[in-house]
Design a protein around this ligand. Structure first.
Ligand code: ACO
Length: 374
């Protein structure tokens, strides 16, 4: 045993995984051995979700069965709809999301069954119902009626439909699908590690995903995609971007959507998402945010040698698609449920209670005084 402290577990390998590999030295990320940019070229989000959860890409029979099951599980209960209807309208959608995943756990008869079969069934329910619940709150807080899911639509199409009542052009749906693929999994990041830590006490998948959502909310993790948008709204126009950045750096403030614990010379997911950010900007005939992004990226590299992470292009892309800024991280949740669930199942298969040590630096041993003597 060593007394050396590795704050933030920096550089510590805590377990093995077969789900994904982050290779910062070659700027690469693979899911089950497939490069993520190749998956984006060829696959739908449903195929990648299947891959992450099952270990292999599906053939067409397996994919159809998976899609059928997902569609069959999309409806949420009347009880949950009522709860969403009564959520405070000003609540952050991430707080709402962790609450309704917790409620789904109360409603599921299999919550405490941690067998691989039950965990897979519960994963499918969480995977299929979470977009419905997120879309329901998207509408409810605007005073609009909840739209029920539609079975003849794909995962991404259905999410747009439940939020806006219509499905946009296929290129927009494709860009959204790509963002879900890129957000789906990323090894031992903070929310996944949270989910694995909760699981390690043999707790259930609903608790682990509720905790993971709370962890993802933070601006140093998933919450950064929202912060990027707040930043871009403050900058407003490309001509203000450089001076805003210099001012921000002079104030020693962190620039959201930049930097990464693992990737130090570029996030492997960024080039693919940037391509789709530009496509969506052109389709929407609004390249203002893209231009601001280009300037910030160039100046950050020049002045700090820090590269953008995935949250940098996704935030403004979701904005152009019409989503409210505080719904960007809930969209990340929709995608990451696949990665979290795969890790929760992997943790159950080879579990060891996660319990690190700490170095005590508080008061020396003290005598307890009686109340009237203190
Ligand atoms: N803006 C300005 N400076 C930065 C940034 C940034 N975004 N990121 C890192 N740095 C600087 C730090 O100030 C530090 O400088 P110093 O050595 O002079 O003190 C140096 O780079 C190292 O940074 P650390 O924070 O120590 O690196 P760490 O690995 O702990 O942090 C993190 C990674 C938390 C992601 C950090 O880069 C950050 O805060 N980024 C902004 C938030 C963000 O975009 N998060 C999303 C992560 S990706 C995701 O969740 C999909």
């Amino acid at each position: 045993m060593t007394d050396e402290i590795k704050k933030g577990l920096l550089g510590i390998v805590v377990d093995e995984t077969t789900i994904s590999q982050v290779m910062p030295e070659i700027n690469s990320l693979t899911y089950r051995g497939y490069a993520v940019q190749d998956l984006c070229e060829v696959c739908s989000f449903e195929e990648v979700a299947y891959l992450i959860l099952n270990g292999d890409l599906p053939n067409s029979i397996q994919l159809n069965k998976f899609k059928k099951e997902e569609k069959a599980n999309r409806n949420i209960t009347i009880n949950l709809r009522e709860i969403i209807n009564h959520m405070p309208k000003k609540a952050h959608p991430m707080d709402v999301a962790r609450t309704f995943v917790s409620v789904m756990g109360l409603e599921d008869k299999e919550t405490s069954d941690n067998s691989p079969e039950a965990n897979m069934r519960k994963t499918m329910r969480i995977f299929a119902k979470t977009p419905t619940a997120i879309a329901a709150f998207f509408r409810v807080r605007k005073g609009k009626k909840i739209i029920k899911p539609k079975k003849d639509l794909s995962f991404s199409e259905n999410f747009f439909y439940m939020c806006f009542g219509k499905v946009p052009q296929k290129e927009i749906v494709k860009a959204f699908d790509i963002s879900l693929i890129l957000y789906a999994e990323h090894s031992f990041n903070v929310s996944t590690f949270t989910a694995r830590t909760i699981t390690s006490s043999l707790s259930d998948i609903y608790g682990a995903i509720t905790g993971a959502i709370a962890s993802l909310k933070g601006p140093l993790h998933g919450g950064a995609n929202e912060e990027v948008m707040h930043m871009m709204k403050k900058i407003k126009t490309p001509d203000k971007a450089k001076s805003w950045l210099i001012d921000n750096l002079n104030k020693k403030q962190v620039v959201m959507g930049f930097g990464h614990r693992v990737y130090k010379s570029g996030d492997s997911r960024v080039p693919t998402m940037k391509k789709y950010f530009l496509k969506v900007s052109k389709l929407k005939k609004d390249e203002n945010l893209h231009k601001i992004g280009e300037i910030i990226e160039k100046e950050m590299l020049k002045r700090k040698n820090i590269h953008p992470n995935l949250d940098f292009p996704t935030g403004p892309t979701y904005h152009l698609m019409g989503f409210d800024t505080d719904f960007f991280t809930p969209i990340f949740v929709i995608a990451r449920i696949t990665g979290w669930s795969a890790h929760i199942m992997e943790q159950h298969i080879s579990n060891k209670l996660i319990r690190p040590l700490s170095k005590y630096k508080g008061s020396k041993h003290r005598k307890v005084m009686l109340l009237n003597q203190r």
